[in-house]
Design a protein around this ligand. Structure first.
Ligand code: 5GP
Ligand code: MN
Length: 334
């Protein structure tokens, strides 16, 4: 962070403030981890913070400290709009453009209070008074640790804040496997463990919580998987009907896309998930190595993300979407 930005934040936070903290729509471990870590940090510093999420967070994150205080815009638009309008500072975490908050964008874009963006996605929009954006980080949570450190308050990081930070680092790094995992990442995690963060319990809370239906749905996704060997690509699909059969709930398809990459020689994987309610096909892309799925998602599927993990959507039918994808894959070199 630039020294003048740190000073601007220090000034902004020098008196008690009402502060809204916003994750991206469909919050994941990093979005929830970073917003809740900041929430606990701001509470400790006599502010009045509140996390407002565009929609519900997945069940497997409901154990996170402070998650019970999170307001859901979709469920209570009137009250959430008021909270946002009353806020004196707005932190937007783990996303780079206001449209990533869905409908809430219309409220956010009208606010006069200063915004602070902390994020690790490419091409940040220019809406914040202070933008701490750096794509070299594997998670926003790692940036939150730095942010608190930059403010000279590292000694305030306790087990609660550490638990939130650890969760985002763990989930966004694919359990410390993705390329942006550095020595520093591990040094931070080591410090968090020394603070008492439960580094064996948290992965279990996050990853060992499937119901039988979820595993059956995974089984279906694995059965549906296609491999295009000459393009080192695999993809799979889940229709709305299949989701219904296995009583899909939010979060059930989290991580399924990664199985494609676990096939030997596959460097590009995708999953297409039908959403009849929104009338779209939601897509996740993953790659290993040089193929830039962020660019691919931006160019062809109204999406974005990171070089090796991105998402997007299609308004075509599942069939037409797959046709388009297969055509595109035949034209790229992986
Ligand atoms: P996931 O596939 O796990 O939903 O998302 C992978 C990454 O891509 C995350 O960083 C996520 O924020 C980003 N991403 C997912 N969907 C979209 C989208 O529709 N638009 C943009 N810009 N980014 C997305
Ligand atoms: Mn993230």
């Amino acid at each position: 962070m630039k020294i003048q930005d740190i000073q601007a934040i220090q000034l902004l936070l020098s008196t008690t403030k009402k502060i809204a903290i916003i994750p991206h729509r469909g919050p994941d471990g990093d979005a929830m981890g970073s917003t809740l870590a900041l929430y606990h940090f701001l509470l400790k510093n006599n502010h009045i913070p509140i996390v407002v999420s565009a929609n519900e967070f997945p069940d497997f994150l409901s154990w996170m400290p402070g998650s019970e205080t999170v307001k859901i815009f979709e469920k209570d638009k009137e009250n959430c709009t008021k909270i946002l309008q009353d806020a004196e500072v707005i932190f937007t975490l783990d996303f780079n453009a206001l449209h990533r908050t869905g409908e809430m964008e219309h409220v956010l874009s009208q606010l006069k209070a200063p915004f602070v963006m902390i994020d690790h996605h490419q091409k940040p929009d220019d809406y914040a008074a202070v933008t701490y954006s750096d794509t070299s980080f594997g998670s926003t949570c790692e940036m939150i640790y730095n942010f608190i450190n930059f403010l000279g308050k590292k000694d305030q990081i306790d087990k609660t804040i550490g638990t939130c930070i650890y969760t985002g680092i763990l989930t966004d790094s694919g359990s410390f496997r993705f390329p942006k995992t550095t020595g520093n990442t591990h040094r931070i995690v080591a410090e968090l463990i020394d603070l008492g963060v439960e580094n064996t319990e948290i992965p279990s809370l996050l990853f060992d919580n499937s119901g039988y239906d979820r595993l059956q749905l995974l089984g279906r996704a694995l059965q549906n998987m296609k491999v295009i060997e000459e393009r080192k690509t695999s993809y799979t699909t889940l229709t709305q009907e299949e989701l219904n059969t296995f009583h899909y709930v939010k979060g059930d398809t989290e991580g399924v896309v990664n199985y494609g990459l676990s096939i030997k020689g596959i460097h590009f994987a995708a999953i297409f998930i039908e959403n009849k309610e929104e009338n779209i096909i939601k897509i996740s892309f993953r790659s290993q190595g040089d193929f830039d799925v962020n660019q691919f998602a931006r160019d062809h599927f109204h999406g974005g993300g990171h070089k090796n993990a991105a998402g997007g959507k299609s308004e075509l039918t599942m069939e037409k979407t797959i046709e388009k994808f297969e055509d595109l894959v035949m034209k790229i070199s992986i």
